[in-house]
Design a protein around this ligand. Structure first.
Ligand code: GDP
Length: 525
């Protein structure tokens, strides 16, 4: 029954600031989920990332291998699809778009650091789409901040209700375990390294005399006091508020020592939503619709020089996908027979015979599929809401060898298509401008121009700082605006008119002056 397959899917991402422990947690989730092989790979990847040069970091941003972009594991009959959001000091549009393909997210925060900048940015993207969030406060085996302090920071900075679901017993050197508030279970460490290997004590509550033998008097007194305060001060867990993205249940743990990971998986299985209806035109698409539909949220080019050049990642939104099926990209092109889709099982790439809503399918292609494309059997829907973001950094591209203009244009178009950078072709002058939302994307651009397209190029400051997509109800108003501001006009890769602004102040000024023109900081693809 297709509906069973829908209800047993959990498609999610982990959002966090670098170093909070995303890689470690991913490894442990896969380990607990029985995908041991990949767990090792993830670890290797994490170590490599720390040890190697910047080049590796760049590779990392692109996702070194397909298998690390999407990881699937199963547990107790639930299939979990974990989508990797590249986490760096910089964030890219790629990261944002990945979040359009998930139904929920796990927010990992470091107990010593609380909410950090990247976490916050990613959270805001989740909020735009009401993506429900489970919070995992990591590294309680190390000295950290007061539990209340962390809970209040999440509540205040993110304007969310918080419900603590577990509570650490001591922290750092005094760490003695985790208490589960819903089940009154105590998780205790074992062995010299004090890792958690499954010693669970069922208590009858915090007054249970067993606890006096298990936990030091000091920690126990504090636990009892804290929990009493917490239960009075924070709302009870409300699954409906959670699914609306208004409340986050908070779990404490140590990914490194495997504490609390089990509870987290259980929380995902119990509370996290199965595939939801996806915003689309003419109407949202419910997962139980018969027709197979999906959208492309990511494209990776040049992944394997000896093989097909691109893989488009499609999130399946409805229907039962079967290998060999023909799907039509809405708006352009003929039906494509998908003979060798890739499903991302944990161990290796496997040819997919069937896939269900919430699953991710890799579709090898030669550049026909683009980020934002809808694929469907009848070509009667179009998914909406995959945004382009107004770039925060603009640079002029300087070609070192003028005979390579064609290659440069192809490269810029390709990368715009992948969402690595945006490209703008000014109306006046021949200097193409690229736009990114994070600095690292510039390095990625240059290194890929060199390595993949053999184009030597440099970047120089552009006279612009940001850009807005423009439109108007009456085409005359738009034409007039363009005529008056020709020196600041450009076209994006798809030929849409873009106003290039010298500063954020100028944007404000222009917006006030031209009330009939709409200025958008995002553009749906
Ligand atoms: P990412 O950048 O978010 O993927 O973070 P990593 O998983 O690579 O972890 C960053 C560092 O924190 C590594 O040195 C990890 O070993 C360490 N780490 C991760 N989780 C824990 C934890 O629960 N406790 C402690 N003590 N260290 C942790």
């Amino acid at each position: 029954m297709p509906s069973d397959h829908i209800n047993d899917r959990r498609t999610f991402a982990i959002i966090s600031h670098p170093d909070a422990g995303k890689t470690t947690l991913t490894e442990k989730l896969l380990l607990f989920g029985g995908a041991i092989h990949l767990a090792g790979e993830v670890k290797a990847r994490g170590q490599a990332r720390r040890a190697r040069s910047d080049w590796m970091k760049i590779e990392q941003q692109r996702g070194i291998s397909v298998t690390s972009s999407v990881m699937t594991f199963e547990r107790n009959g639930i299939t979990f699809n974990l989508l990797d959001t590249p986490g760096h000091e910089d964030f890219s549009e790629d990261t944002y778009r990945t979040l359009t393909a998930v139904d929920s997210a796990v927010m990992v925060i470091d107990v010593a650091k609380g909410i950090e900048s990247q976490t916050r940015k990613l959270f805001e993207v989740c909020r735009l789409r009401n993506v429900p969030i489970i919070t995992f406060v990591n590294k309680v085996d190390r000295e950290g901040r007061e539990v209340f302090d962390i809970l209040d920071e999440v509540a205040n900075l993110l304007a969310l209700d918080v419900t603590p679901m577990t509570w650490p017993v001591g922290m750092g050197g005094n760490f003695e375990g985790i208490y589960d508030l819903a089940t009154d279970r105590l998780l205790l460490p074992e062995g010299n390294s004090r890792e958690f290997h499954g010693k669970v004590i069922q208590t009858s509550g915090l007054d249970d005399p067993q606890l006096d033998e298990m936990v030091s008097a000091e920690n126990l007194a504090k636990l009892r006091d804290d929990v009493e305060l917490a239960q009075a001060g924070y709302p009870e867990f409300d699954p409906v508020a959670y699914r609306h993205g208004d409340l986050t249940p908070v779990y404490f743990g140590s990914a490194l020592k495997e504490f609390g990971v089990d509870s987290l998986i259980e929380a995902l299985a119990t509370f996290a939503p199965p595939p939801r209806a996806q915003p689309a035109e003419p109407a949202p698409v419910e997962p139980d619709r018969d027709e197979v539909t999906g959208f492309i949220f990511k494209v990776q080019a040049n992944m394997d020089p000896n093989h097909r050049d691109r893989i488009a990642f499609m999130r399946l939104c409805s229907g039962t996908f079967k290998r060999g099926m023909k799907l039509t990209p809405t708006g352009h092109g003929k039906p494509i027979a998908i003979h060798s889709p890739i499903l991302f099982f944990a161990r290796e790439r496997e040819l997919a015979d069937e896939a269900y809503p919430g699953d991710i399918i890799g579709i090898p292609n030669h550049g026909t599929l683009r980020v934002g494309d809808t694929l469907s059997e009848r070509a009667d829907v179009r998914f909406t809401g995959l945004p382009n973001f107004a770039p925060e950094i603009l640079r002029r591209v300087q070609l070192k060898d003028p005979t390579k203009t064609k290659q440069l244009r192809k490269a810029l178009d390709d990368m715009a298509e992948e969402g690595v950078t945006q490209v703008f072709y000014p109306e006046i002058g021949s200097n193409w401008i690229i736009g990114v939302v994070g600095q690292l994307q510039l390095d990625v651009l240059l290194s890929r121009l060199d390595a993949e397209y053999k184009v030597a190029a440099g970047l120089e400051m552009a006279p612009f700082e940001t850009a807005r997509w423009i439109s108007a109800e009456d085409p005359k108003d738009l034409q007039e605006f363009i005529g008056l501001n020709r020196g600041a006009m450009a076209k994006d890769r798809d030929g849409n008119p873009v106003f290039m602004a010298k500063s954020a102040w100028e944007v404000g000024y222009i917006v006030d002056r031209y009330s009939k023109v709409k200025f958008a900081a995002t553009r749906e693809r």
